[in-house]
Design a protein around this ligand. Sequence first.
Ligand SMILES: C[S@@+](CC[C@H](N)C(=O)[O-])C[C@H]1O[C@@H](n2cnc3c(N)ncnc32)[C@H](O)[C@@H]1O
Length: 422
Amino acid sequence: MKEPATEPAPQRGKGTVSMITKRSALMMRRSFEKQTYRFTQAPPAQFGNFLGVYLHVPFCYRMCSFCPFYKELFSEELKNRYLTAILKEIDDSGIHGQAKWVYFGGGTPNTLSVKELAGIVDHLRVKFNIGSLGIELLPSLLTDCYLRDLRRIGFTKISLGVESFSGEVIGKTGRKLSACRFIDELVETAASLGLWVNVDMMVGLANQSAESFIDDIHELTATRPSQITIYPYMVIQGVKDTPSMSDQEQFELIEQAAGILKQAGYARKGVWIFAQGDDVYDSSRDELTQDYVGFGPAAFSTCGNWKVVNPELGIYLSNLEHNRRLAFVAPKAPAADEWRGFARMIYDLHTKPDHRFPFYIRVFLLLLKATGYSRGNNLTPKGLMFAHHVTKSVVESLPFPIQNPAAVENYQEYLTYKQKSN
Ligand SMILES: C[S@@+](CC[C@H](N)C(=O)[O-])C[C@H]1O[C@@H](n2cnc3c(N)ncnc32)[C@H](O)[C@@H]1O
């Protein structure tokens, strides 16, 4: 017989976000918001020999209502100009060395054919000694043949943007419904080819209930991808829907999913990342701290004392077609970078003091320990909640200069220039 419950079950979403969490998130938000860009000539690239390489493929066949990333509707004409431009950008960049990772993101990178991707990879190989080669893929466009060809040209990792298995949820985002029924077959084929597979899921999407999210997690564990990433719904400029649940509810559901994934043999590698084995696929994590170069419209680079963001497609094409390098440029802000380093550490679920941290961050770490957010160098359950809210807030407040006039000192000049380029 079932034991009677001695304590009432906690009500979902009723936990409170502590003052220390709210204040820390606000403090970081403020330090990031202070960083502003100027639309101007990009400084010369000065990279060390070790870096990450990101390529932005800005095309999508449909626009997902939850997605804030820079993208354009696919057209053959734009795609052809883009391909010419990105090869020129790589060739002319003067950047070379050991690329720990190369990552194609989007948009939807699989709007390009494998032959077109191979052309880009060939140009990269002239400049870089490539470690892992990864690509983000929209499942509804995928075939076994495409996966086989990706492997043949050297891709080692793929990330499938599944988000949810529920037709009601996916239908509301503007995506095609059919794709998600084949995820188990895609994961199996990819694994049999030796590809390492991440699946992205989201919690808090419009029309999504707690029950349908938990069903998704059970369904996904049966397909056994190498890694599962569960993103809370981030509200960034460009997102059209509102989340179906509060931040705290999203956090609690991720924690519930963490329990299911642990039982299924996944280890937690980050606040939102669960993997089998030691490898982790997450370029955004390195973006917090490592130098990397971004090719393609809207791609970010950090190098030397600068952060540089390429302009959107129209200006990007005209730049490359006329040998110009206009971009959004910001000097690196030491305080923002220090807090980014801190955010990266708690995202990785530990609080090991790092000698590079300034005094005020080391004091803050002591405060977290004294108030029960960390024990030893690990986060406590209270610390996990802190890590979730702070990471979410950090991502939501990253100053994306495109479509964000407040982040660009001379945004009007940019708009005028954009009109001339189109
Ligand atoms: C560039 S996006 C999508 C790439 C590709 N078009 C696809 O559909 O797979 C990469 C991932 O970011 C996550 N994402 C997009 N918008 C988000 C948002 N508003 N909040 C949280 N995660 C988001 C999704 O999980 C998505 O798979």
